[in-house]
Design a protein around this ligand. Sequence first.
Ligand code: HEM
Length: 136
Amino acid sequence: MTTTRSPLARAFAPLVGVTSLLILCQAVTAGEFIADEHAKLPLEVHSMVGYLTLLAAVATAVVAAIAFRRSSPVLLWGSVALAVMTAGQLVIGKLITDAEQDGWIAVHVPLALLVFGVTIWLAFAAARERRAATAA
Ligand code: HEM
């Protein structure tokens, strides 16, 4: 027997995918401006994509809160953690660039790896949830 999944539950995995791609894009642009400190465009793109990443992560968390609050709290809390860490990345990035507090780079880079790890974990957890729901 197959159960009908809500449109929001079906939107979750694609949203996690979009968030992961945006985070990957952050690593690519960071590589560009680290390689050439005079390159302005990669930093501007890094800043802009940073806001898009936050938007995608918050949308993922809102969808998880509505679709999985009861059925899969782990997806909900994982998504909320991702949104909070992404917001932290934005604030830290601004501290580095606008307030010239370069010491925060030592937090920004490892936190980016953690953020990436959480999105990968969320992608697998979303796939597991989908398999379990469609097999039920
Ligand atoms: C979730 C992922 C990330 C977000 C949301 C994010 C966000 C930001 C933002 C908003 C800035 C300030 C840019 C500006 O105002 O012009 C920034 C700066 C920076 N980011 Fe990221 N970032 C992320 C991932 C990464 C990664 C993966 C790396 C490196 C491996 C990185 C390295 C840096 C560095 C070095 C700066 C300072 C650039 C400078 O002013 O010299 N970021 N980040």
